[in-house]
Design a protein around this ligand. Structure first.
Ligand SMILES: [Zn+2]
Length: 251
């Protein structure tokens, strides 16, 4: 294979890897924000359930007071009932007693509902707290992985920069210029594999003699359509690949 062609293929591989690494680094703050939001949501579930239980508790306190009030009245009416003089007074006080008993019953029914609700809310809190603990653990693990990946990405970028400089130092200046011009215009991808007579990136069919030249991998040939520098990966059976002719992912 033409040594410069080999170099631009290697250069493209490095540039694509660097681009992917940079994209991951750029995405980190967004990822961090998403983790924060997940944690906040889990905390909010706990806080909401706790607030509902507190509200339930104060409602039960109010019901207790109502029951006590009506019980107070009830005992007062019962005392009064002992001292009634007339039939009319007796009926009036019996009516008050029945009313107070009815109120007590109503409030006790409400209390029962509130107590059942409190059981549900307690279970909800427990579940929300378990979920929160699991989320905290998962998020912490995610942060740790992200931190480790951050370090790996930085290291990879440094290595890529060093390897890139080495390749560029050896590369023909005109070929480098072509590579850079095409990369600028084509979203950072200046090299394309030609396969079955087609440029695998822009999918335009190459002229037969162009494809024949590309197949030999001995010259810098550009795609007529997208201008990318073309290379050919021989089929392993037809022509065993040399250690240098490794396939280039068409990214
Ligand atoms: Zn093309």
């Amino acid at each position: 294979m033409n040594a410069d062609l080999e170099r631009v293929i290697a250069l493209q591989r490095l540039d694509s890897a660097a681009e992917a690494a940079r994209k991951k680094l750029v995405d980190e703050p967004e990822h961090e924000k998403a983790l924060d939001a997940r944690l906040e949501a889990a905390k909010l579930h706990v806080a909401t359930a706790k607030a509902k239980l507190a509200e339930n508790k104060s409602a039960r306190g109010a019901i207790d007071k109502d029951v006590a009030l009506h019980q107070g009245r009830l005992s007062k009416y019962r005392e009064q009932a002992m001292a009634v003089k007339t039939n009319q007074e007796y009926h009036a006080i019996q009516h008050e007693i029945a009313h107070a008993q009815g109120e007590i019953k109503t409030h006790e029914d409400r209390m029962l509902e509130r107590m059942l609700e409190a059981d549900d809310l307690t279970a909800t809190i427990k579940k929300a707290e378990t979920d929160l603990a699991a989320e905290q653990k998962a998020i912490e693990a995610d942060r740790k992985a992200m931190k480790a990946e951050h370090g790996e990405l930085q290291t990879a970028l440094e290595r890529i920069t060093a390897e890139r400089a080495q390749i560029i130092g050896a590369l023909d200046k005109q070929v480098l210029l072509t590579f850079e011009q095409v990369a600028r215009k084509r979203n950072g991808v200046a090299v394309a594999e030609a396969k079955d007579g087609i440029c695998t990136i822009c999918h335009v069919r190459l002229r037969p003699q162009v494809f024949n030249t590309v197949r030999r991998n001995e010259e810098i040939v550009q795609c007529d359509s997208c201008n990318r520098i073309l290379f050919f990966v021989p089929a392993p059976a037809a022509a065993p690949a040399t250690s240098n002719a490794s396939p280039q992912p068409a990214s």
